[in-house]
Design a protein around this ligand. Structure first.
Ligand code: PLP
Length: 405
């Protein structure tokens, strides 16, 4: 498939082809291909029944599709089906891990994170520390925003129980060497939790090869529906993890004395009616990605990033913060212009970018600035779109004229 063929599969692109719409906010969420929309509609149109509950044909069909969806997710990350829990999104997955591990933590245990983490990878641990009395420690970040094995080693002590880091940073698009970091965590008997929100949509993920204990991501950043996400955990760890939501569909039995026997993972973590359509839609999105090829996606987005950076370096009114990172995220500011005003200027010309702290509110400790503009590319973006974006960047030097033009 060439880029034009790919773009035709996304109604948000084809339906908006009359007006200028350049979508560079793919790190926030992605457009959905028609096949994903069709798949969700298929559930609501042809076999809209609850899972695990009905003794009739369409309930059986819903069960089969939901189960198949889990298999496809497992294949996408090279896990087994029983290691894949459906959640509402990456944030829920990370919360589920943190609160599910509370009973294994004790006062003064240490949890290692970095200042570049998204709030969802940090705040659950803050709360756990409040409850248990353990401590958050920040690992030093190198000049590209990465955690080096050396810096992780320096931060580890015999009290470190958890290392929780993003695979790909959502502000800088840096890629951590997760395999090396997980190995160090394991040598020190700590667990390694990998927030894959920004990696799963853009590169091949093999949880066995990375040897992470937990891996999380959101469907909506992977061209799938909102309200669905994934928690992968090594099975023996899922067995130890406590469920933090209880209800129907996750228990084997309970009695009047308060005794509850849980089902085995992954059902143990899926209380209540699940986002069935979301799971089925997500699986379709992941099949779509596999068809395009994750290595092709990574390479194409890396090309876009390099192209954009080379053009931006020619501009003297732009401050770039992450020229060297390999994924499709460009973090920058227009000199002398507040980031949100910059984003409004781009919007004035039909370009969607994000401004602010990007939910990583400790980022100023690393960058020295509070706010950045983030342009994030994906495989349906083009160099022509980047050329247009560069023209608008140039106008930013004369911000007020450009804004009111
Ligand atoms: C690195 C990272 N972690 C976690 C999240 C949270 O994802 P969600 O809002 O889909 O739960 C995001 C979302 O931007 C992210 O970029």
């Amino acid at each position: 498939m060439n880029i034009e063929e790919i773009r035709k599969l996304f109604p948000m692109i084809t339906n908006n082809s009359q007006k200028k719409l350049v979508y560079f906010d793919n790190a926030a969420t992605t457009f959905k291909p028609q096949c994903v929309i069709d798949k969700e509609v298929e559930y609501y149109t042809f076999y809209c029944a609850n899972t695990h509950r009905g003794d009739y044909d369409i309930a059986y069909q819903a069960d089969t599709h939901y189960d198949e969806a889990r298999k496809i997710v497992a294949k996408f990350i090279n896990a087994t089906k029983k290691e894949v829990v459906f959640t509402s999104g990456d944030s829920m997955s990370l919360n589920l891990i943190a609160f599910g591990l509370i009973h294994l933590l004790k006062k003064d245990d240490e949890i290692l994170v970095s200042v570049l983490e998204h709030a969802s990878c940090l705040l659950p641990w803050y709360k756990v520390c409040d409850i248990v009395g353990c401590k958050i420690k920040f690992i030093e970040v190198d000049e590209n925003g990465n955690i080096t094995p050396e810096n992780l080693k320096k931060a580890m002590t015999n009290k470190t129980k958890i290392v929780s880091l993003a695979h790909v940073g959502n502000v800088l698009g840096n890629v951590n060497d997760v395999k090396a970091l997980a190995k160090i965590a394991h040598e020190n008997n700590a667990l390694f939790i990998c927030d894959g929100a920004q990696s799963a949509p853009h590169m091949k993920i093999d949880v066995k090869e990375l040897d992470v204990d937990f891996f999380t991501f959101s469907g909506h950043k992977c061209y799938g529906p909102t309200g669905i996400g994934v928690l992968y955990g090594k099975y023996e760890l899922l067995e130890k993890l406590e469920p933090y939501q209880l209800g129907g569909g996750m228990n084997a039995s309970f009695d009047m004395c308060g005794n509850v026997k849980y089902l085995y993972p992954p059902e143990k973590f899926e209380a209540g009616t699940q986002n069935i359509a979301g799971a089925i839609g997500l699986a379709r999105a992941l099949e779509f990605l596999l068809d395009i090829g994750m290595d092709n996606i990574y390479q194409y987005e890396n090309e876009l990033k390099k192209y954009c950076v080379s053009k931006m370096k020619e501009l003297d009114n732009v401050e770039l913060y992450n020229s060297n990172t390999p994924t499709g995220i460009v973090a920058f500011n227009i000199k002398g212009v507040f980031a949100q005003d910059g984003a409004s200027l781009f919007n004035r010309y039909g370009i969607c970018v994000r401004s602010g702290e990007h939910c990583a509110k400790l980022i100023h400790n690393f960058l020295g600035v509070d706010q950045t503009i983030r342009a994030s590319f994906c495989f349906y973006n083009t160099k022509e779109e980047i050329d247009y974006f560069i023209e608008i960047c140039k106008k930013g030097g004369d911000f007020l004229d450009a804004f009111f033009a």
